[in-house]
Design a protein around this ligand. Structure first.
Ligand SMILES: NC(=O)C1=CN([C@@H]2O[C@H](COP(=O)(O)OP(=O)(O)OC[C@H]3O[C@@H](n4cnc5c(N)ncnc54)[C@H](OP(=O)(O)O)[C@@H]3O)[C@@H](O)[C@H]2O)C=CC1
Ligand SMILES: CC1=C(/C=C/C(C)=C/C=C/C(C)=C/C=O)C(C)(C)CCC1
Length: 280
């Protein structure tokens, strides 16, 4: 029980209420922005029943297709006056080499570039709605990541495990650069490791699926895994920690690569270039 408690710690104790506020969570809840609308509707019904909140909306968003991201953002911007919280949560891990609709390697394409474009398209709305927050779900796995600018799409060398780590490092570099650029705007950005969570993330690896089943008792439940995301999205007075990385509802350290400002700036420029976004 002690090991279990140690591995499952961190509880968001914020009592912040959100009347009249709008939040988008990719791959999860509230404006549920997901690629499988039927699955999303089932989750929305569950949340509505559990919370009594009928304002749980489901919208199609495939982060592996920039057209889908642009359509989601366009419709959202037409529909909503405000956006206070954007949680970039969706992710894929250890998929066999594959490409997004736009030809990006799947991990960097979905986990980093998809969220980069989504954030870019919603940024004006977030600024207009300030104070507002962007929460990027990264991972402890970023420690093994490197940004190989000469082979960002893994065409020369591909390891499914490392590709995931690289994309999670990109999440942190993106967060730090975003926080730097947004200073003074009222929009703040945070990255986090949710813990080791019992979820479908391990679907592409039979080894990881076995490990997850074997250690089922020790790993976090999805509810426990959501705590640090909630903490970053809701806790009052977190603004001066913009750009930081969190784990178990505390600021935690990141790798030397993740702290490298030159890499962060270059990744920003390369991402803009790949997505056809004007650089500023
Ligand atoms: N579980 C863990 O131990 C850890 C998880 N994380 C991070 O937590 C986040 C959440 O993952 P977790 O809940 O564990 O994993 P899951 O696989 O259970 O959830 C990931 C979600 O992302 C969605 N998704 C995947 N690809 C796309 C896409 N192209 N467009 C839109 N949505 C997509 C999935 O949709 P669908 O339901 O349709 O498949 C799913 O809802 C990820 O960013 C992951 O990297 C970090 C560290 C550890
Ligand atoms: C060694 C060990 C574990 C393995 C942890 C692993 C392998 C974590 C992987 C995390 C990943 C893949 C994060 C994704 O971003 C458990 C199961 C906690 C049980 C206790 C001992």
């Amino acid at each position: 029980p002690q090991i279990r408690q140690m591995l499952s710690s961190g509880v968001c104790t914020s009592t912040t209420q959100l009347p009249g506020k709008v939040a988008v969570v990719t791959g999860a809840r509230v404006y549920i922005a997901c690629r499988d609308v039927q699955k999303g509707e089932l989750v929305a019904k569950e949340i509505q029943t559990m919370t009594g909140n009928q304002e749980v909306l489901v919208r199609k968003l495939d982060l592996a297709d920039t057209k889908s991201i642009r359509t989601f953002a366009k419709d959202f911007l037409a529909e909503e006056k405000h956006l206070h919280i954007l949680i970039n949560n969706a992710g894929v891990m250890m998929c066999p080499y594959s490409k997004t609709a736009d030809g990006f390697e799947m991990h960097i394409g979905v986990n980093h570039l998809g969220h980069f474009l989504l954030t870019h398209l919603l940024l004006e709305k977030l600024k207009e709605s300030a104070p507002s927050r962007i929460v990027n779900v990264s991972s402890l796995a970023h420690h093994l990541g490197r940004i190989h600018f000469h082979d960002l799409q893994g065409q020369k060398f591909y390891s499914a495990g490392l590709a995931y780590c690289h994309s999670k490092l990109a999440n942190i570099l993106f967060t730090r650069e975003l926080a730097r650029r947004l200073k003074g705007s009222g929009v703040t950005a945070y990255s986090l490791h949710p813990g080791t969570v019992n979820s479908e993330l391990v679907r592409h690896s039979s080894f990881m699926r076995c490990l997850w089943r074997l250690f089922f008792f020790f790993i976090k439940t999805p509810q426990q895994g959501a705590q640090t995301s909630l903490y970053c999205a809701l806790t009052e007075g977190l603004e001066n920690l913009s750009g930081n990385h969190f784990s178990d509802c505390h600021v935690t350290w990141v790798s030397a690569q993740a702290r490298n400002e030159t890499i962060a700036r270059r990744l920003w420029d390369v991402s803009c270039d790949l997505l056809g976004i004007p650089m500023d």
